[in-house]
Write a protein that binds this ligand. Structure first.
Ligand SMILES: Cc1cc2nc3c(=O)[nH]c(=O)nc-3n(C[C@H](O)[C@H](O)[C@H](O)COP(=O)(O)OP(=O)(O)OC[C@H]3O[C@@H](n4cnc5c(N)ncnc54)[C@H](O)[C@@H]3O)c2cc1C
Length: 511
């Protein structure tokens, strides 16, 4: 066995590896470092940086969030909010009690302006009417959690059924009806971004209400989200973080020796892409579900039990990307916070699938206006699904050209200056992520997320926890969020800490 080449800390405490240095892995490592059993600990991270899907880049004279954007539900029950506040990373407004008390129900607020594909704008009243209809239906979808039978398999099918009934009672002319449906279509696309899915028809209806919304008006980090994970990584003892160490295979249920620890047998051996090997008593796996789905055949040896494999296959993991456009001068009004773009030829009630290259940009929901910094004026667009994955295959020039044409068309200004530059995320192509975040897909339920979170070996005998699972996709009610990921890391660290406490109380050798 080729050794890791990394000197292990002296002492005979339990040896723990964490695979993945996103917020789940960092949270687990921080918690373990505070534990009195003081494990010998390493976090093996495939890339050159900590943070994973929390990724802030210095660009356009400020900071842009390539990954996580908001603290969802920033209030006292949100551990990301608490940690960020403790590190002094939030501003006065974000910390205010007033902000923490806002109940949004998880709904996206109204846009400042709504442009249409024919170059006009829609009255705020009509947008508000459609938004209120859409979110009242979304609220209804959350009511089927404990009912014996949901009225439809997916959130999308339920919404469409309800909308059809509403349309039957609309008294306006054809043109207005079509515009209303086009606005609703945009709201479906917004919801696809929220759920990280291609279509709401893929999102299971019955368990949808299990996702829990915390109070508080979503807020951002003035200096960048990554300030949080940077601080977490910096708080760990030196040598704990090992970068550029992609893990290839996790061997478990074994008995592995190491020359530097004669006579000691380790049940787990983590093999890295570069040939390095790390024997351990326990490994906490925090790699994204997208990576797990793509590497199921080789990542575990022996393979995972069939029911866990099934859960990994069934839980949804889709793509949501951001496209940042930088302008010389803003074309939007001062105070504008969000621009919505509505395609008048689209309706959620009609399933048309035009060629991706001709119409990928129609899935873009519009743009958030980023706070101006100096001479930089930046819009941040969101796009989900297969169209988003297709966008990743295009060049920057193609994306910039397409979106310039879209903006000229919807503003009715054929001479609108093209953006100065473009920057975008490509989460589907990112080899150690393979998508954006998880959702409960048709055919799966919250039980699958719990199943994914179960440690191995599964028989629970001998209290010999070898492989533990954390990461956003393992949190039943906060999946897809940074706080869900952080809590999952803490959960698995606590699982080990209580194991050691239990063993300390029993007679016999301690790990
Ligand atoms: C575009 C986008 C927008 C988002 N917006 C929000 C938001 O506004 N609010 C919010 O709460 N959440 C948001 N999220 C979700 C949030 O970012 C994630 O839920 C959270 O960061 C996941 O943390 P994690 O630790 O579970 O996984 P990750 O952050 O993905 O960490 C996993 C780590 O494992 C590493 N890894 C993978 N494979 C290997 C391997 N073989 N060996 C070693 N290391 C490996 C990866 O490099 C990565 O660093 C967003 C995500 C995206 C992509």
């Amino acid at each position: 066995m080729e050794s890791s080449g990394i000197r292990e800390a002296p002492g005979r405490g339990p040896r723990v590896l964490v695979v993945g240095g996103g917020i789940a892995g960092l949270g687990a490592a921080q918690r373990l470092c505070c534990c009195s059993a003081l494990p010998s600990l390493r976090v093996l991270e495939a890339t050159a940086r900590a943070g994973g899907r929390i990724r802030s880049e210095r660009s356009f004279g400020g900071v842009v969030e390539v990954g996580a954007h908001w603290i969802h539900g920033p209030s006292q029950s949100n551990p990301v909010f608490q940690l960020a506040a403790r590190y002094g990373l939030l501003g006065e407004k974000e910390l205010s009690e007033e902000n923490q008390l806002v109940e949004t129900g998880g709904h996206v607020g109204l846009p400042s302006v709504t442009y249409t594909s024919s170059g006009g704008s829609v009255s705020l009243e009509l947008v508000a009417e459609m938004s209120s209809l859409f979110y009242s239906l979304i609220d209804q979808t959350r009511e089927f959690l404990h009912s014996a039978e949901a009225p439809a398999p997916s959130v999308g099918e339920y919404l469409k059924k309800q909308i059809r009934e509403h349309v039957a009672s609309w008294a306006e002319g054809e043109g207005t009806k079509m515009l209303k449906l086009a606005i609703l279509n945009n709201l479906f696309n917004v919801e696809c971004c929220v759920s990280g899915t291609h279509s709401m028809d893929l999102v299971a209806l019955a368990p949808f209400g299990e996702y829990t919304v915390l109070p508080g008006l979503d807020c951002t980090f003035p200096g960048g989200y990554q300030g949080l994970t940077d601080r977490m990584a910096a708080s760990l003892p030196t040598d704990v973080m090992v970068f550029d160490k992609p893990v290839k295979t996790i061997r478990w249920n074994g008995s592995f020796q190491e020359a530097s620890a004669p006579g000691e047998a380790f049940p787990v051996l983590v093999e890295c892409e570069d040939g390095g090997c790390f024997p351990a008593h326990h490994v906490i796996v925090t790699v994204p579900l997208g990576f797990l789905k793509g590497h199921l055949d080789t990542f575990f040896e022996p393979p995972l039990p069939p029911e866990k494999v099934e859960a990994i296959r069934k839980i949804g993991f889709g793509t949501n990307n951001k496209i940042f456009l930088e302008f010389e001068e803003p074309f939007w009004e001062p105070g504008c916070e969000r621009i919505q773009v509505v395609w008048e030829d689209l309706s959620p009630l009609e399933d048309v699938a035009p060629e991706l290259q001709d119409a990928w940009f129609k899935k873009l929901i519009g743009f958030w206006v980023l706070p101006a910094s100096g001479a930089c004026h930046v819009l941040c667009g969101f796009i989900a699904g297969l169209e988003s994955e297709f966008m990743e295959t295009l060049s920057d020039e193609d994306v910039l050209l397409s979106l310039t044409q879209v903006l000229r068309r919807v503003t009715g200004n054929p001479r609108l200056p093209a953006p100065r530059s473009v920057l975008r995320s490509r989460w589907h192509s990112a080899p150690y992520t393979r998508g954006s975040y998880s959702y409960v897909a048709v055919g799966s339920s919250g039980d699958d997320l719990d199943l994914l979170a179960q440690p191995l070996p599964a028989d629970g005998k001998g209290a010999q926890l070898q492989v533990l699972f954390a990461g956003e996709a393992t949190h039943r009610t906060f999946y897809s969020t940074t706080h869900g990921a952080l809590l999952s890391g803490w959960r698995e660290a606590d699982r080990l800490i209580s194991l050691w406490d239990l063993q300390a109380q029993r007679p016999g050798p301690r790990l």
